[in-house]
Design a protein around this ligand. Structure first.
Ligand code: CIR
Length: 257
């Protein structure tokens, strides 16, 4: 059984963290509707979706990906790089402790799950504004005994590693290579985003398809032309909070229920 954890959109999302976007008003109802469509897509793609209640005190908490890194039957609970986001981890840890073994990070580590791209047994980890060297070192020590290798990647000009690169088929990376040091990714196959869609590198591989923002039709067409099934969702309101499709869920394979 494939599980997905999501959290409802906070009524405070208008006060979210922003790094590479100008603040624009966010329509909460539209954001909630988009989130509902996202959850429906995850369900269609075979996930059993668990939804934590929206929290009016945690503006960015819909972006659950940043709070945890799942490695097999264990989960590393992160220490997010933005102080405002650190209280998000507690409820995620409590929920996931019923499904996965909990591994913890400690200060001065900081790491956002959006900086961790798993390809097979390799975890590529973005050295970004949110993830520091201590975070990468602690992650490496936690996952090494489980057979995962950590490979750091320099990230510039975008929020997270997965803002710039995600896996869209086995070993095949969709990327805007201008934001990452590609030397970390020797031996990988690349699909480049359409350059008119520089933020189109974030796709979520789930259930044999890639969940993908409807805002980037040219890049979606590139994927389809290569035989990769694409399911689009409108996440344009959530994008105003600098989120995309990977950030709104944590997905793992477990036994029922
Ligand atoms: C933040 O700056 O932390 C949020 N406004 C956006 C986080 C998006 N997370 C992700 O892509 N993994």
């Amino acid at each position: 059984m494939r599980h997905a954890l999501v959290r409802g959109v906070s009524s405070a999302i208008g006060r979210c963290e922003l790094t590479h976007r100008e603040r624009e008003p966010i329509d909460l109802r539209r954001a909630e509707a988009e989130h509902g469509q996202y959850v429906a897509a995850l369900t269609d793609l075979g996930c059993r979706v668990h939804e934590l209640p929206a929290d009016p005190n945690l503006p960015d908490s819909v972006f659950v990906e940043d709070t945890a890194v799942i490695v097999g039957d264990a989960v590393v609970i992160t220490r997010p790089g933005a102080a405002s986001r650190r209280p998000e981890v507690e409820s995620v840890r409590t929920f996931l402790s019923h499904h996965l073994e909990i591994l913890r990070m400690a200060p001065p580590a900081s790491l956002d799950g959006g900086d961790v791209l798993r390809v097979g047994r390799t975890l590529y980890v973005g050295a970004s504004g949110r993830t520091n060297a201590e975070g990468i070192a602690q992650l490496r020590a936690l996952v090494a005994p489980r057979g995962y290798h950590v490979s750091p990647v320099a990230v510039t000009g975008c929020l997270h590693l997965k803002s710039a690169v995600t896996e869209v088929a086995d070993g095949v990376l969709l990327a805007n290579r201008r934001h990452i040091d590609v030397r970390a990714f020797a031996q990988r196959d690349w699909i480049d985003v359409d350059l008119r869609e520089p933020n189109a590198a974030n796709g979520l591989r789930v259930g044999g398809a890639v969940l993908f923002p409807a805002a980037y039709p040219r890049t979606a067409e590139r994927l389809r032309a290569l035989g990769i099934p694409v399911r689009t969702v409108d996440v344009s309101e959530l994008a105003k909070a600098e989120g995309a499709v990977t950030c709104c869920s944590l997905i793992w394979d477990g036994i029922a229920p």
